[in-house]
Design a protein around this ligand. Structure first.
Ligand code: ADP
Ligand code: MG
Length: 569
């Protein structure tokens, strides 16, 4: 949907198509490998709690430009801090959501919990953020392309803003890590590392400039954020598992020499360690970590692997799984407002459910959410983090000058500002009504989004006018309008349970998710780090690519320095 006949294509990591006998053999092997390494899900059509299907996956990793990947990774601690500051800005959240909660019942229910908690004061001041910033390469902004290449090459004596900030973020984290040791040696080492990094960047940029001089055009110019998730940010296991399958496939096909271009991915450890750091802060050796789950978990591996990682790495920490309904039935607050499930005290609550109306069957589930919110347990997310992750807040953050409220450093403001594509309010005011008219005039440029998570809720392109016309002026403020991003295509084999054997080569587009962990309260951030990544790939003709929803497939990035290398080898 977001591509057309002119959409550029990124080079593949290996030459395709594969010979049919080789393709059949390696695909069959990869399917078994996927199931046997937990890259799997419960079937929606033939559900059984006793069996798993492999999760759909792309056979060979999809290319992704190294420079853009590194920029996204380097930016994540800054995005973490931004979201932490947004979540703690009562006035901003309240004003931003004021119109939306008049018409969106779900957001209004969340907001009511927030209001009640604010009125009584937060029992637990520390929040655990496990975020995922989702992004797509943009191929449709020609004016940016030469500039990015030129500045990255240092022609104007400057650096690419993202790289500069990335290095700064690196320094912040490194200095934080070195705090207390105060060693000059470490500083020297950091300087050395940064110098090497700059040299590598320069070398790459020079290569790109040469390609341009030879008339080779880039298939992308930058990346744009699709959304930021603050609740149930999934694929902490399936992200790294995708790499495991594709590494196996490349090795089986004799391409082990290419594996070094698949970046490390420690998402599972990074996220679980985040939960354990929060558990440490709670500081009660017998308290447990609670996962809030759906009534039926199809994406079971991605939850259980978190649980098993914690149990295996930190066997003294117990993990419980409960639905909102069960928490309502079993949960109560103790004398110091500790959350008790039976006799077990809960230190940390990790919401893998609770992000959509369907998870709240009745008032009982809302009461359970409120009970947890008022408890001493550290929540991931706490209610203000959940609200900070709404589409409406993302839209507000993309407006000029708003970032200045949350970020001090001008370079960081510039770098974060660049990741937003056009995001427009549809509130019933002059600006909102102008966006409405614009959407009616050129709907093909946009996607229309409500305040929902989990996929399948957006309205795309030509369907937008009808959808908008069915809404009253006031109802529109439950939605935001966003420029469509046009990612470049990749070509490859998508392997699905029950799919064609051998699979056909298809046109695909990818969405990269970068995980971040941030822990702190309104005054201090005590932990802030980037925590791995995930790549989801969908058919280029599909609007959305949820893997659990059945349209997307597991993938992992194959980092390329330019569009024209590797494939020929
Ligand atoms: P959800 O919270 O339901 O995941 P998203 O904003 O992530 O909502 O949208 C769902 C999917 O729709 C994304 O994963 C992506 O495939 C597609 N999508 C969303 N926004 C855009 C956009 N601006 N341009 C192109 N595709 C988009
Ligand atoms: Mg999404």
């Amino acid at each position: 949907m977001s591509s057309d006949a002119n959409t550029p294509v990124l080079r593949n990591c290996i030459r395709l198509p594969l010979a049919e006998d080789e393709l059949l053999e390696v695909t069959a092997k990869a399917k078994d490998y996927a199931i046997m390494h937990g890259a799997a899900m419960r079937s929606k059509t033939a559900f059984s709690p006793d069996s798993l299907n492999f999760a759909p996956f792309v056979l060979v990793p999809s290319s992704f430009p190294r420079k853009e990947f590194e920029k996204a990774v380097a930016l994540q601690p800054i995005i973490n801090r931004l979201m932490h500051n947004v979540a703690h800005d009562e006035e901003f959240i309240t004003t931003t959501l004021a119109e939306t909660i008049k018409v969106d019942e779900f957001t209004a229910n969340l907001f009511n919990i927030y209001r009640k908690v604010l009125a009584h004061g937060f029992t637990q001041k520390t929040s655990l953020g496990m975020l995922r910033s989702d992004l797509m390469l943009e191929s449709g902004c020609p004016e940016l392309s030469p500039r990015v290449l030129r500045t990255a090459a240092g022609e104007d004596g400057g650096q690419d803003a993202g790289t500069a900030v990335g290095q700064r973020a690196g320094v912040v984290v490194a200095v934080g890590a070195a705090a207390g040791t105060g060693s000059k040696e470490k500083e020297l080492q950091q300087e050395q590392e940064q110098k090497q990094h700059r040299e590598v960047q320069l070398g790459r940029a020079t290569k790109e400039r040469e390609r341009r001089a030879n008339g080779v055009h880039s298939a992308y110019c930058c990346w744009k954020q699709v959304e930021i998730n603050t609740i149930a940010s999934g694929f902490g296991h399936l992200g790294p598992a995708s790499k495991t399958i594709q590494r196996f496939v490349l090795s089986e096909m004799g391409h082990a020499d290419k594996l070094h271009n698949m970046p490390d991915n420690n998402a599972l450890a990074g996220l679980c360690d985040g939960m354990v750091k929060a558990w440490d802060i709670y500081a009660k050796p017998k308290a447990v970590i609670l996962f809030i789950i759906e009534d039926v978990s199809y994406n079971i591996c991605d939850q259980r692997f978190h649980e098993f990682y914690i149990r295996e790495t930190y066997p003294h920490i117990k993990v419980l799984r409960r639905t909102l309904t069960e928490v309502h039935r079993e949960g109560k607050l103790g004398q110091s407002k500790e959350l008790l499930l039976g006799s077990q005290e809960v230190a940390v609550i990790y919401f893998r459910a609770g992000y959509e109306p369907g998870h709240y069957h009745s008032q009982a589930e809302w009461d359970a959410r409120y009970l947890m919110e008022t408890s001493l347990a550290i929540k991931c997310p706490s209610i203000h983090y959940h609200l900070a992750g709404t589409k409406k807040v993302q839209q507000a953050l993309a407006q000029p000058a708003v970032l200045e409220r949350f970020i001090n450093d001008p370079e960081e403001i510039k770098a974060v500002g660049k990741i937003f594509t056009g995001l427009y309010s549809l509130d019933d005011n002059e600006a909102g009504n102008a966006s409405y008219e614009m959407a009616l005039r050129t709907p093909e440029r946009f996607v229309l989004k409500p305040q929902r998570e989990g996929g399948g809720n957006n309205v795309y392109g030509v369907d937008i006018p009808d959808a908008l016309k069915r809404m009253s002026r006031v109802e529109r403020s439950a939605w935001i309008l966003m420029d469509l991003i046009h990612p470049p295509l990749t070509k490859g084999y998508m392997v699905r349970p029950g799919g064609d054997m051998p699979p056909q080569i298809v046109d695909m587009v990818s969405e990269l998710g970068i995980f971040g962990v941030v822990i702190g309260d309104a005054e201090h951030i005590v932990h802030n780090y980037q925590a791995g990544h995930m790549l989801r790939t969908k058919l280029s003709t599909a609007n959305e690519g949820g893997v659990a929803a059945g349209l997307g497939a597991l993938d992992s990035p194959y980092l390329i320095d330019s569009d024209d290398e590797d494939e020929q080898k």
